[in-house]
Design a protein around this ligand. Structure first.
Ligand code: ZN
Length: 296
């Protein structure tokens, strides 16, 4: 039944996504292709709940600014997710369905223009050159012209997060130069970005709409029920980032999500992601070494 519904939904979409369980939700009821075209803030993440951890600032921007629209894309099916508490006995199939419904609920709560769940097994995303993954991401990026794209950051320690980032960068680089997103940011989830040299940090104001933020994170009960309190941890990290941002300044935002600007990697003649990250790590090392040397 689930694959039937996914196929039906996709038939209304000019883009046919490759996996039969791909799911498209347009909370406002517009035609999917029009909803995608309207997206100004796009987040492409690995799993259900990553969007709500990494892109609260984008969701808030779209709520606060007329004419802005948020789009969420979850690339994997969540089959391998851990389960505990009331979810202990869930089969992979039931877990996939549960996580999909949780993501749909979050999209409604957050007023997203569109929520796409591509339902790819994690192994397919990790396989460089998987034709279905590549085709789906190419279609999504070609179907909108976002001013900012939120992706996973290249120093994340979750393999699937990094694989999704790499597939997204490949898709963006295949777009004609004039069709590439104006700004591409890598956001913290599994590993924060506080270690970046200050000049390399982008501060995303994730302290707005705190009640909404809590509701969005709590939508993922299957991930929280076993005691992994992502809802508390994500909000706590935002608060800590804001407080520890500058030792001599009062806090401007009540919550900050750190990001790194990946736009140069998406431009013709830009550095490879490997070279780009090596330079970030190098600048961090220099920052630490110089401070130590000052007081030696
Ligand atoms: Zn994730």
């Amino acid at each position: 039944m689930r694959s039937h519904r996914g196929a039906l939904v996709c038939r209304t979409f000019t883009v046919r996504f490759s996996h039969p369980q791909a799911d498209v939700l347009v909370p406002g009821g517009a035609a999917p292709e029009a909803a995608l075209r309207s997206v100004t803030h796009l987040c492409v993440a690995a799993h259900a709940d990553d969007i709500e951890i990494m892109a609260q600032s984008g969701i808030s921007d779209c709520i606060d600014t007329p004419g802005k629209a948020f789009g969420g894309v979850v690339v994997t099916d969540g089959a391998g997710s851990p389960r505990s508490g009331p979810y202990t006995s869930y089969t992979d199939e039931r877990m996939i369905a549960t996580r999909r419904e949780e993501q749909r609920a979050a999209a409604r709560i957050g007023g997203y223009a569109i929520q796409v769940q591509l339902a790819h097994p994690s192994a397919d995303v990790k396989a460089s050159g998987h034709p279905g993954v590549a085709a789906d991401l190419a279609a999504l990026f070609a179907g909108c012209a976002p001013e900012v794209v939120f992706l996973h950051n290249p120093a994340d320690k979750h393999d699937t997060h990094v694989a999704v980032l790499m597939r997204c960068l490949e898709a963006i680089r295949l777009l004609p130069a004039g069709r590439r997103p104006a700004r591409v940011l890598g956001c913290e989830v599994w590993r924060d970005l506080d270690w970046l040299a200050d000049a390399d940090k982008v501060a995303l104001d994730s302290g707005r709409h705190p009640d909404l933020a809590k509701k969005l994170l709590k939508a993922f009960d299957s991930q929280i029920a076993g005691g992994k309190r992502y809802d508390l941890a994500a909000v706590g990290r935002r608060s800590a980032n804001a407080t520890f941002n500058a030792s001599h300044a009062t806090d401007g935002a009540s919550g900050i999500t750190w990001a790194v600007d990946l736009t140069p990697v998406t431009r013709a003649g830009g550095p490879s992601i490997e070279t780009f990250v090596a330079s970030l790590v190098g600048r961090f090392g220099s920052d630490v070494a110089l401070r130590l040397a000052r007081f030696a």
